[in-house]
Design a protein around this ligand. Structure first.
Ligand SMILES: O=C(O)C(=O)C[C@]1(C(=O)O)C=C[C@@H](O)C=C1
Length: 113
């Protein structure tokens, strides 16, 4: 890279505080990749939730199963390598479960049953 081009490159990625925006862009790219995977996995999970909901309706089971929720959280938190993140993982899992209960309710409202 020529010297002028190198300068341009540097100017382009330095913000008013002189921080390196190139690093921020790179970090955001990594976040975008991770979010893409999360969305794909979450969509897969929603398809299974749909099936679970059909099963529960057929067998007259309630949407909520607190024992299963506790087990699920306990198991998945154990996969977290950094103990400092455990509370955030619990919060994340609770969020997912809460959405999936809402989704099951919505399915039932749409189908009116
Ligand atoms: O496993 C079930 O019975 C579900 O309905 C799925 C699910 C979940 O999102 O994992 C949702 C609600 C229940 O309270 C427990 C777990």
């Amino acid at each position: 890279m020529g010297e002028n081009l190198q300068k341009l490159w540097e100017i382009k990625f330095v913000n008013v505080w002189g921080e390196n925006m190139k690093d921020l862009q790179e970090m955001r790219k990594r976040i975008d990749e991770i979010d893409k995977e999360l969305v794909k996995l979450f969509e897969k999970r929603l398809y299974v939730i749909f099936e679970i909901n059909e099963y529960k309706k057929k067998h007259l089971l309630p949407i909520e199963d607190k024992n299963r929720e506790r087990e699920l959280i306990k198991t998945n938190v154990s996969y977290c390598k950094n103990p400092e993140y455990s509370t955030y993982i619990v919060e994340f899992l609770e969020c997912i479960i809460s959405i999936s209960k809402k989704v099951q309710l919505d399915y039932r409202k749409i189908k009116n049953d």
